[in-house]
Design a protein around this ligand. Structure first.
Ligand code: F0G
Length: 459
């Protein structure tokens, strides 16, 4: 194997015990959970790769900042420390904190989306998709075709297809498109980055059509570092310089701070539009809290202000992207396909290629996710037909996603090389008995965001 594991640019000060349950305990836990790993108890999990969201390890500087938290209801010092960081990195005229990313999406959708309007993006994440639909709008995913070819080595597989975007705008017109988005990195498409060149072109297309442009910035720092590694002209720029250039292209952004700001809770919503900001504030007060805390405690704002800079630290990003690439390489060495190249925050195992005998309506990625827990008490996440298959309201037929994936999302600064090796070994063992695995069927499925609470039965 050519990929080496980068030494962590930190040392460990506090540890948290984890326990490997016995095979019998795992089987019982699966049954009780209705074969949905979201319903498992965390204490029954050895390595938790369900998500990189809010699960990272905070630094000693962040914990120290937490002690400085100012819990004043309005105008807290904590807010002003956060404001200094947000202004410095993102440079928008107005912003509010929110309790997490989907709260920002909800407020933006509430303020801008009307019945039967469309919001294009490279790919919307599931909560963004659902928040647009919840207001009667329709999300559209216009990522380049290379995104759907797991083996394609395109360096910026998160890019928007510019021709598709232009055709989309020509078809629906400005009145039907209240705003346009792009997700960096593209989580729903394998954690793949968007190039600065593509971001500039997208911004120009939206601007020429008078459509406001918002970035879903959950993993913007990882995206910035991919730009530095892969895009000519950025080799010598620091991540923060690349970030400033990225956000100067947009009219605003929403962000789940639980990813690249390395906090356990928090989000941001920013805009340059004063009239919109007034509506955002009113909506925020209704649902989240006063504009200087937005559903968070003062201490959360302080942890976020520090975490924003730590997430942009170069040594950290070398380690972060290196760790993900290492896990992908170990899994590939075992003959198991993953989306290429490795994404920023997660490795996406192509479940339908390991389990070609399980059709999409029997959820191959769900089957693999259950089996990974059974094998090693490791929790991954289905990103396939359980999460994304949806009923088209116009044709009343089911649309299935192009890929059936199991995502192994790596919490920031939490697991070591040995943990990564353990995960790859478990997958190698599953591969040797893959043909014996069976699909699953729903015994309960809610209408929206069904992966969180669905219950299953093995077939
Ligand atoms: N946008 C992207 C790209 C995301 O990945 C997420 C969350 C959100 C928005 C919503 O943010 O959770 O703070 O409300 N992704 C998590 C994940 C849940 O596991 O990928 P949130």
């Amino acid at each position: 194997m050519t990929t080496t594991y980068p030494p962590e640019p930190f040392r460990i000060k506090t540890v948290e015990s984890i326990r490997l349950p016995s095979p019998k305990e795992r089987e019982a836990a699966l049954k009780t959970a209705g074969y949905n790993v979201f319903t498992l108890k965390a204490e029954d999990i050895f390595i938790d790769l369900l998500t990189d969201s809010g699960t990272g390890a905070m630094s000693s500087e962040q914990w120290a900042a937490i002690m400085r938290g100012d819990e004043s209801y309005a105008g807290a010092r904590s807010f002003h420390r956060l404001k200094a960081a947000v202004d410095d990195i993102f440079g928008f005229k107005y912003f509010v904190p929110t309790h997490q990313g989907r709260a920002a999406e909800n407020i933006l959708s509430a303020c801008l989306v009307k019945e039967n309007q469309w919001v294009p993006s490279n790919m919307h994440f599931d909560t963004t998709d659902a928040n647009i639909r919840a207001r009667g709008g329709r999300p559209a995913n216009l990522v380049i075709d290379e995104a759907f070819d797991p083996a394609n080595l395109h360096p910026f597989k998160g890019n928007m297809d510019l021709a598709k975007l232009k055709a989309f705008i020509a078809k629906y017109g400005r009145e039907k498109i209240p705003f346009g988005m792009i997700t960096v990195t593209n989580n729903a498409g394998g954690g793949q980055p968007v190039s600065m060149e593509n971001l500039k072109a997208v911004a120009e297309i939206y601007r020429a059509s008078g459509i406001p442009f918002y970035i879903d910035a959950a993993r913007y720092a990882e995206n910035c570092f991919f730009i530095r590694q892969r895009e000519r002209g950025y080799e010598h720029k620091s991540p923060i310089e690349i970030a400033r250039e990225m956000f100067s292209l947009a009219d605003g952004f929403c962000m789940s701070a639980k990813k690249d700001a390395i906090v356990n809770i928090g989000g941001l919503l920013a805009t340059n539009d004063e009239a919109l900001f007034n509506n955002i504030r009113n909506e925020l007060i209704l649902r989240e809290g006063f504009p200087t805390y937005g559903g968070l405690a003062g201490r959360d704002l302080d942890a976020l202000a520090v975490g924003l800079y730590e997430g942009l630290d170069e040594a950290y990003l070398v380690y972060r992207l290196g760790q993900t690439a290492y896990l992908a390489a170990c899994i590939n060495d075992a003959g198991i396909p993953t989306i290429q190249p490795a994404g920023g925050h997660a490795v996406y195992v192509v479940a339908n290629e390991i389990l070609p005998h399980i059709p999409n309506y029997e959820f191959p990625a769900q089957s693999l996710t259950v089996e990974l827990y059974r094998e090693g008490a490791i929790r991954g996440c289905e990103i396939g037909s359980v999460m994304f298959a949806c009923l088209d309201p116009e044709t009343n037929t089911w649309n299935y996603p192009k890929l059936e994936l199991m995502r192994l999302a790596i919490p920031r600064r939490m697991y070591t090389q040995t943990h990564m090796d353990y995960v790859a070994d478990a997958l190698a063992k599953i591969k040797s008995r893959a043909k014996n695995l069976r699909g699953y069927k729903f015994t309960y499925a809610p209408e929206m965001l069904r992966h969180f609470t669905a219950q299953f039965e093995p077939l």
